[in-house]
Design a protein around this ligand. Structure first.
Ligand SMILES: C[S@@+](CC[C@H](N)C(=O)[O-])C[C@H]1O[C@@H](n2cnc3c(N)ncnc32)[C@H](O)[C@@H]1O
Length: 239
């Protein structure tokens, strides 16, 4: 099964592809001081819901990068009223930009495309103009498990904020998903994949889609719900 197809199925009915709500994302209008003339880079943009909202209201110049062509089809469907958006269907691997070239460098739920969290911050801060914004949303550790084996855990919010600030951006705001936000996002994936399974019983990926859907659902219930959160950090680079 192509993992890109899995995500196209799991996220076919949603345009915000992370665990926060539209109202929470719109707080970024103010925290990033979005206005006419700004340049925005959206790393792992998916359907680029937020950047499209900004381009409806403001004459921004936005660039979105994503490996999944199905998501970019949605992102490109309607020309925004005021801004100009360009989307590149490619991997972030090997993608480079001139230093200090964007007013807002954003990565919501896709830091893994740039390495680990510190590596992602390093890349993003270098790409931001002096006095620009880096906006990074990622999993956070809310409660450490008493016993833990296996995969590497995310950092807690204090450690993540320290990483952003060590890279030269002052954190001016955070926006966190609630437990209910995360539950809605995970339930959406489960619901959409089960519905797809009923609609496509003969599909060659049927068994694999349902197997991954179940594994992700159990992972959410067992590990994410009790221990992990999801937070957006807004950093401002030095003038
Ligand atoms: C959790 S989604 C977030 C999408 C979007 N930023 C949002 O918040 O709605 C992660 C995105 O990263 C994209 N992605 C995964 N690997 C990638 C890579 N190597 N290069 C670029 N994008 C990638 C996926 O296709 C997906 O759209």
């Amino acid at each position: 099964m192509d993992p890109l197809n899995y995500w196209a199925i799991a996220e076919r009915d949603i345009e915000i592809q992370n665990p926060v709500t539209d109202r929470k994302l719109r707080l970024l209008d103010n925290y990033c001081d979005i206005r006419d003339g700004l340049s925005v880079l959206d790393i792992g943009c998916g359907k680029a819901w937020l950047m499209r909202q900004w381009a409806e209201k403001f004459a921004i110049e936005g660039v979105g990068i994503d490996v999944n062509a199905r998501f970019l089809e949605v992102a490109r469907r309607k020309s925004p009223a005021r801004g100009r958006l360009t989307f590149h269907n490619r991997s972030m691997s090997g993608f480079s930009v001139a230093p200090q070239s964007y007013d807002v460098v954003m990565c919501l739920g896709a830091t893994f495309t740039l390495g680990d969290f510190p590596q992602a911050l390093d890349w993003m801060v270098k790409a931001a103009k002096p006095g620009g914004r880096v906006v990074v949303g990622d999993l956070t550790l809310r409660h450490a498990p008493v016993v833990h084996r296996g995969e590497i855990l995310p950092l807690d919010t204090i450690s993540m904020m320290n990483v952003v600030e060590r890279h030269g951006a002052e954190v001016s705001a955070t926006i966190s998903a609630s437990e209910a936000d995360f539950e809605r996002y995970a339930s959406h994936h489960r619901h959409a994949t089960l519905t797809w399974g009923r609609e496509n019983p003969g599909h060659p990926d049927h068994a694999e889609v349902l197997k991954k859907s179940r594994a992700d659902w159990v992972h959410y219930q067992r590990h994410i719900r009790p221990m992990l959160g999801w937070t957006i950090f807004v950093g401002r680079t030095a003038d």
